[in-house]
Design a protein around this ligand. Structure first.
Ligand SMILES: [Zn+2]
Length: 389
């Protein structure tokens, strides 16, 4: 096996198995080959932890990828036309023996102009800042002793425009510091690190996590509550199932996820409902979990149906996760998607609690949500995730 591919699998598996670093199929990684001609990158739809020699990656011709981002005519196009075109060009840049039709990560073009090893994650402790109103100022404080500080990347629509924006910021950084940035922190999104070796890239991830964690204290459940009664759980499941059917005409199984530390701490708060009234924090929460979880003080069919219908009437997606006071987390989704939604929701409530410390929660705006809902690549990622084992 090519050393670059072996390295890619290693850095993907090491970071991907830690749900505090990345949830569901999120994040991506890449490694450029020694001759500088190719780049191995994570494929869309496979989780980092599941990448292996057979699946979860593509090899691209580096020059072809770079020419996509330099193509000025693409920037002029309407996103509805541009984004599928970019996906198509990325597929054309693939040069490997993969026959599954797996797509290279939609962020391939931005990996192309970074250093040899790139790791992109959605760490919880980074989200505490990138989803907070004062996040940027707090990040600057955290990294104030660094000779080469991270780049802060204001939110941009994912895909081509994000790559464009990062390209510009990296250019400015090079002029100022005489080198490319090693760490990039993306508002309402996550973390990119890049380095010349796999070890240095992994070290950077650990360093950022340590620095960001230094200002955070994990909320603990206020008291140990007795385990929920079996009958209450069954009743809640059936109420949610019936409400989803009534409000959306979809018949979905409902799963229960008990004993999640962050959910237990969250349920004890008086402002839990208020914290969940804020929309999706990042693209993944919107795409995979249909936005924020629904807070339920009372778990009856009528209340849930009314709340779901009101979301749909406002043009939003009906929630897939439900936090029932005193019981915990329920998810209405297929068997493959439910654990991913649970993982994302468990992180989201923690991020929401953390963000209060830094000026309050900063979520996606209506326009940002609309862009993602209409984004073809996200529909594709979601379809893959629900099929994946
Ligand atoms: Zn991401």
């Amino acid at each position: 096996m090519d050393k670059a591919l072996a390295d890619l699998i290693r850095i993907s598996n090491v970071t991907g198995k830690d749900t505090t670093l990345v949830q569901g199929g999120g994040g991506n990684t890449s490694v450029k080959t020694a001759d500088g001609k190719y780049m191995y990158i994570k494929a869309s739809g496979t989780a980092l932890k599941n990448m292996n020699e057979e699946k979860g990656w593509r090899r691209l011709r580096l020059n072809d990828v770079l020419s996509i981002i330099e193509d000025k005519s693409l920037a002029q196009l309407d996103p509805d036309i541009r984004e599928p075109e970019v996906v198509n060009q990325l597929l054309l840049a693939c040069d490997d023996k993969v026959t599954s039709g797996a797509r290279p990560s939609v962020e391939s073009h931005l990996h192309a102009f970074l250093d040899k090893y790139v790791i992109h994650l959605h760490p919880l402790v980074v989200a505490a800042y990138v989803n907070a109103k004062n996040g940027r100022a707090e990040i600057e404080k955290v990294f104030k002793n660094e000779k080469f500080p991270p780049i802060w990347v204001p939110y941009a629509d994912p895909g081509f425009m994000l790559a464009k924006k990062i390209g510009q910021l990296v250019g400015d950084y090079q002029k100022q510091f005489g080198r490319k940035p090693a760490v990039m922190i993306l508002q309402k999104h996550g973390l990119f690190v890049t380095a010349g070796t796999a070890e240095a890239a992994l070290r950077l991830v650990r360093k950022v996590i340590k620095l960001c964690s230094s200002k955070l204290k994990e909320p603990k459940p206020r008291k140990t509550s007795p385990p929920a009664a079996e009958g209450d759980i069954t009743a809640a499941k059936s109420a949610i199932r019936k409400a989803v059917l009534d409000a959306t005409s979809r018949s979905l199984p409902v799963s229960y996820f008990p004993n999640i530390k962050s959910i237990d701490a969250f349920m004890a708060r008086k402002d839990a409902g208020k914290l969940l009234a804020t929309p999706a924090l990042n693209p993944d929460e919107l795409v995979y979990a249909n936005g924020s979880a629904m807070w339920l003080e009372k778990c009856d069919v009528k209340t849930i149906t009314r709340k779901l219908t009101s979301l749909v009437n406002k043009g939003q997606k009906p929630a897939a996760a439900f936090i029932v006071k005193g019981l915990g987390l329920f998810v209405a989704a297929g068997q493959k998607s439910a654990p991913v939604i649970a993982e994302i929701t468990a992180c989201s409530v923690l991020i929401r609690m953390y963000a209060l410390k830094f000026g309050g929660i900063l979520a996606l705006t209506k326009r940002q949500q609309d862009f993602i809902n209409n984004w073809e690549s996200e529909a594709f990622r979601k379809k893959l995730a629900s099929r994946q084992s």
